[in-house]
Design a protein around this ligand. Structure first.
Ligand code: ZN
Length: 194
């Protein structure tokens, strides 16, 4: 009831999700690094990541380029080590809170890699990946938390198999291999905002 009221309220700033899996209001930068989910109806996990390119530097076109397979290996020494990766996420939330979508939610983005959640492998099959622009050693911004809360609430409404309990960090589903979103990501703040 409360949700319906909120949804119907005029001028609500909350983004919503289209039937074909695009978040209203997000900038779109389509990634070729995507394919079909084995079960298109099974969207039941949210995975939180962090990324910055080069590591620790914010802004710039490099995340878009990485997810578009156009990163110039000569532009930075680190890029030479990653430019051939074929990766993507569904969403990126930049330091200023702006959202970019690379893959529609109904398709599989390539963000989790080798992973397991509650005994089930290949988390890309059934998850939505959200990248926060950041690093393991710096706090995220208030605008990022606010936007992440808005986006998460929209996704929880759009995909009933998701729930507040089914949200994990990349480090939770790929322990020993991945460390993001890192110790500065405030899970309590995030969860209490949902
Ligand atoms: Zn990650």
């Amino acid at each position: 009831m409360i949700e319906q009221t909120r949804k119907a309220r005029k001028g609500s700033p909350r983004p919503e999700v289209s039937a074909d899996g695009w978040l209203a209001g997000a900038r779109v930068c389509r990634s070729p690094n995507r394919d079909a989910r084995p079960d298109a109806d099974d969207i039941s996990l949210l995975v939180i990541h962090n990324i910055s390119l080069p590591p620790g530097r914010f802004g710039g076109p490099y995340i878009d380029q990485l997810f578009s397979n156009t990163l110039d290996p000569a532009a930075h020494p680190y890029f030479a080590t990653i430019h051939a990766l074929r990766v993507s996420s569904h969403l990126l939330i930049a330091r200023d809170g702006r959202v970019t979508q690379y893959v529609p939610f109904g398709e599989r983005a390539w963000h989790a890699g080798v992973s397991v959640y509650e005994g089930r492998e290949r988390c890309n099959d059934f998850s939505i990946g959200i990248e926060l622009e950041g690093t393991d050693d710096k706090p995220f911004t208030a605008k990022q938390y606010a936007q992440l809360a808005r986006v998460t609430r929209s996704l929880l409404r759009a995909y009933p198999r998701l729930s507040a309990a089914r949200i994990a960090g990349h480090s939770d589903i790929a322990p020993g291999r991945k460390t993001d979103p890192g110790p500065h990501f405030d899970w309590r703040r995030y969860r209490s905002s949902l």
